[in-house]
Design a protein around this ligand. Sequence first.
Ligand code: ADP
Ligand code: DAR
Length: 387
Amino acid sequence: MLIPPQGRLRCGVFFRQTQSVIVRHYAKKGKEVDKATLAEMEKQYQKFANTSSKSLLKKHLTKEIFDKLKTRTTPSFNSTLLHCINSGMCNPDSGVGIYAPDAESYKVFGAIFDPIIEEYHRGFKKTDKHPESCYGSGKDFANLDPDNAFIVSTRVRCGRSVQGYPFNPCLTEQQYAELEYKLCSALHSLEGEYYGSYMPLAGMDKQMQQKLIDDHFLFKEGDRFLEAAGASRFWPNGRGIFFNKKRNFLVWVNEEDHIRIISMEKGGDLGRVYDRMIGGVEALGKKVKFSRDERLGFLTFCPTNLGTSIRASVHIKLPKLNENKEKMQKLADKYHLQVRGTSGEHSEAKGGVHDISNKRRMGLTEYEAIKEMHDGIKALIKAECNA
Ligand code: ADP
Ligand code: DAR
């Protein structure tokens, strides 16, 4: 029987009780949701329903939908609704609040995933189909800030899942090791500008780890949203980061998704950064079979990353717009942009540097997602100059 999550779980007494339920849960292999899990889910749901959470989970998980889904499990991994919604119920300050423990969850629990996907991805209905991949060319995108007046750095990333493996909450320790081995082998076969080396998180010098995080290369540890979603089990085993020689192409292994493919560099040359990511994704796609759904596009742990799973961001200083947060947010909303802090999601802006990126990843092609971000950032810079 697998040892339960080692991650530091932050839901107080409440979650410890859930934790014990989840322990039994991970170990159980049966089609039925056991009575203890059901009772725990009911209790958590009652508590969650009384919070003032503004998450999409809170908005869309009506009692009717909860009752409809609470006894369901997915056929291959027996995932339950608790696996999907535990993070959002334990963290009422979530923006979204739901993750898919495996690919089948998007169908089995579609009654809650579909309305959340539709709202997050601006109208992607359950009858809609994500378009075939179309990367286009980075040459169509001029440098967003040739004078380096506003943009500190540019980053384009996408997530991928490896076919045949479930997502974090259902992975065994053995499967984490298998995924790390498979992805490592593929990464070490990369050539040319992508040639580089992999650094496992297990055994990494703590000072080096913190420097890589501070320099925005490596993912953070102890994300309470991911921990409560069952994504920190067996940590740090199976997790790590790949760098090319110039450290402008990186790959994260087994953080939130099986693989995050990242291109980044100083300045605002979005086209060059994007082309480098395309080359990396295509090279890896020849070695690893990525999981892609006919309707949802590339499958990921979080529904916000489905479809293209592309997030193109700039670290940007807009001092005048910074003075008027409302105006900046209004512009961001108009151009489907998301504003994050300097250290990424759920962080604050330091030194006036915001991480601004495309919000939509689904219902449009990779090229269109990049264009949406490109046009939005240009509009923000124009507004800053006219402020
Ligand atoms: P993700 O992009 O994978 O969803 P986060 O928002 O948590 O994840 O960001 C991960 C890391 O990438 C953070 O350290 C963040 O500061 C860094 N980052 C994001 N965009 C940029 C950028 N344009 N330039 C430099 N670092 C960036
Ligand atoms: N904590 C989750 C994150 C949602 C999107 N970000 C991801 N997947 N990294 C929330 O609901 O806020």
